[in-house]
Every structure is written in C-alpha cells, then in structure tokens.
Write a protein that binds this ligand. Structure first.
Ligand code: ZN
Length: 429
C-alpha cells in the first residue's frame, strides 16, 4: 500500500492535544536552546512551565521580521551548529535577509509536509511533475523537489529555465503536473497556445504559488493548458518554505497543516485575535521545528480562517487566500481597512477597471473622509457613470461598514508601475 502523508487525527480534540504537546515542547526547546527566546521570555516574565493550555500561547511575546533582521544571521537558532545541516534565506524588502537554519529532522518534516501537498492535490506515484520554480538559497525549487521525491512521483527539476526547454519537456516527458509561479504558469500556458501544442501535452494539474493571482488568471491558465485543476500553494521560508498547506479539489479554502504549526489570525493594531472568519494577520507558532523554531511569528500576511468543515471531509482546517500585507492597513472612523479588500469589492463591479487610488482626508468638521479614484473599464460608457458610482459606493459601504465616495476617471490615466503601485494617499496628518 502507498504511504499516506495525511494526518491520523480525526477530531478537534485530537488536534488540540497534538498542538498542546508541540507547543510545550517548542517553548521549552526554544527557551533552553536560544538566547534570543530566553531573553524575550524572561523580559515578559513567562517560563516554559507556565504553558499549560493552548490559551497560554497568548502569554508569549511576538516575534517579528525585524527581530530576525536585527539578530542576523541566526537569531532563532536553538540547536548547536553540529546539528544544523542547511540554511535558507528569504528576501527582506528592506535590510538584512532573513535566515533560517534546518536540522535533518526539519528537512525530513518539510518533505513530509510537502508530500502532503501533492497528496491533497490528488497526485499518484504515476504522476510526473515539472518544477518550474527557481532552485537556490531561496526555499522554492528545493522544497517542491524534496516533496515530490518523498511522495514518490517523478520530478522534472526544470527550474525557471528557458521557454523552448519547457515546451520540449512538456512534449517529450509528458508531465501531468506543473509547479510554477502564477505569472510563469501564464507565460507557459500562452506559449502552449501560441505553438499549438495543446494535443501534444498531458498537463492535468497546476500548483501555483508565491504571488497573488485573480480567479480570471487562474481560469485562463487552466483552460489554455486544458487542465482540470489549479491549486494554490502558500508558504514562507520562516515556516520551512512553500508547502504549508494546499486547497483540495473542492477549492473552498486552503487546508493548512495544523499538526505542524498553530495559525493565529490577529488584528494588527490591537494584536488581539479577530473573530472567526474575519481578516487579520497570520501569526505562526511551529510545533516540531528544531533549528529555528517560530513562536508567535508575525508574518504580515493577511487572510481569514474559514469556519466550518470542507466538503472533502478532511479534518485539516482551512484559511482563505492570502489577500495582502498588514503593513498596508489603514484606519478610518475606527474601522480597519485593507486596500486589498477594496480592490476585491471593486473587481466585482461592472464598468470598473483594475487601477485605483485611495485618498484619506480630514475635513474642517474634524471627520475623516475616504475617496476612491478608480478607472472606468476599457470600453465603458461614461454616460453610465452615475449608475456605476452609485452601485460601487453602496457595495463598499455594505462590505466595509464605512462610507467612501467613488470617482471614475478615464481608462489608462492612473499610474501603472511594474512593481507595486502606491494606492493609499493619507493626507490626514
Ligand atoms: Zn477540502
């Protein structure tokens, strides 16, 4: 019988027990092995033996990206160097790289987690997996590779490579699965179309990650390949690397590996947990990681937990897609607003394009006002502006619980930059 990488717990109580024992072990391990953690806990006045329930997690201090950068290169290292077998780095947007160290057991656990991704995506050992992400000090390629070999499918370690090579591999090796970033997957899909290779390839599933992709983009990738499924793979170097979860073929949310880490969703302002189902910042506490354990690590990524059970019957809980960064959040009239949420609401409105800007002003009455400038969609008729604006304003108010005015501008008049456009202009100070 083929080995399964799915967890063997079936109930919430069993999961809680796994999490509590992992939490106790992690806190003790970090306290005894890392000067950084010991100092932090001592400052906060918590000792490992104070952790008696899962709720006691909240007694522990947070760890931030800044802590990792200030303690460069190995602030969280909790074992002696003779037990460390590898390091990986993640790019910080500013300052030092974030470095994570791994023991042999950490590498082994990561392979099991990643093998679970392939199992969740419905692969069998007959599958052939063309891995089109980069290999190097970043965690991407090597994680996909490790998990594929552990799972027992055939890995084609193509890397980002050149497009001719990818096309040749697709035809010659008949891979059934492609792993890539969303933009790379789209590029490959368009090339398949362009070269008319549709009937010569055999791609059934795509696993894409590392960046946000709209439903339209996913649909296009799937259709151009003639594939059955596009799966979303989240992950971050601090939590081993990619492969911290995967959506199942029902695509109702991303199942996450709650037997390897605890996921808290907090309000980035108050640092308190949000209500179940509300958007907030993802905070990770690992349960088995030896080299560089994480305790309440603030990832800045935003998502929400999806309450209730998935129709697939898996006992693994689910979270939504990652919708943005908590650094982008602003507060207006005591409500936390994420630009990505506004973007999502606007994207559902007819007659509205994808470029927008948010202006925040404090007027003479002492109150804050929000104006959203958004482009008309490419061929929209300006005669319908009043109708489009009215609908958009009412949808925004319903979803955000705050009023904002919408102003339509001509298509292609707001600035477009290749990287990240500045969206929020806060003139309130
Ligand atoms: Zn499911």
């Amino acid at each position: 019988m083929t080995r399964s990488f799915m967890p063997d717990f079936t109930t919430k109580e069993e999961l809680d027990a796994i999490q509590l024992s992992g939490l106790k072990w992690t806190v003790k391990h970090a306290y005894n092995g890392s000067e950084f953690y010991r100092q932090r806990f001592d400052e906060t006045g918590v000792k490992p033996e104070d952790i008696k329930t899962l709720g006691d997690l909240r007694k522990l201090p947070f760890v931030t990206a800044q802590d990792l950068q200030e303690g460069y290169p190995w602030p969280l290292r909790s074992v002696p160097f003779d037990q460390i077998v590898r390091l990986h780095a993640s790019s910080g947007t500013t300052g030092n790289r974030k470095i994570m160290v791994y023991t042999n057991k950490d590498i082994d656990d990561w392979a099991d987690m990643f093998a679970r991704c392939y199992e969740m995506a419905g692969l069998t050992r007959e599958d052939r997996v063309q891995i089109c992400v980069g290999y190097g000090v970043w965690t991407a390629g090597i994680g996909f590779q490790l998990g594929c070999e552990r799972f027992g499918a055939l890995a084609v370690p193509a890397g980002p490579g050149n497009i001719d090579m990818h096309m040749q591999f697709l035809v010659d090796f008949q891979p059934t699965v492609i792993c890539a970033t969303a933009s790379m997957a789209l590029l490959l899909a368009e090339e398949v179309e362009h070269r008319g290779l549709h009937d010569k390839i055999n791609v059934k599933r795509l696993i894409i990650g590392a960046e946000r992709a709209s439903d339209a983009m996913r649909g296009k990738i799937r259709d151009l390949f003639g594939a059955e499924h596009v799966f979303d793979i989240p992950g971050l170097t601090e939590v081993y690397g990619p492969g911290t979860g995967l959506d199942c073929s029902h695509h109702c949310g991303i199942h996450y590996w709650a037997d390897y880490y605890i996921l808290e969703i907090i309000d980035p302002q108050t640092l308190q947990p949000v209500t179940d189902g509300e958007v907030g910042e993802m905070v990770y506490t690992t349960l088995r990681k030896e080299g560089a354990p994480l305790i309440r690590y603030r990832s800045r990524d935003l998502t929400r937990l999806i309450p209730g059970d998935c129709p697939c019957g898996s006992p693994l809980p689910t979270h939504g897609r990652i919708t943005g960064r908590s650094d982008d959040m602003f507060i207006i009239r005591a409500v936390n607003i994420y630009p990505s949420h506004i973007e999502e609401i606007l994207s559902r409105q007819e007659g509205i394009g994808s470029e927008y800007q948010i202006y925040l002003d404090r007027k003479d009455d002492g109150k804050d006002y929000m104006k959203i400038k958004v482009e008309r969609s490419k061929n929209a008729n300006p005669a319908k502006d009043a109708q489009v604006v009215g609908k958009a304003e009412s949808e925004l108010r319903k979803a955000l619980l705050v009023k904002g005015s919408v102003e339509l501008v001509d298509y292609n008049t707001l600035p477009r930059t290749a990287r990240k456009s500045k969206r929020v202009f806060d003139n309130r100070e």
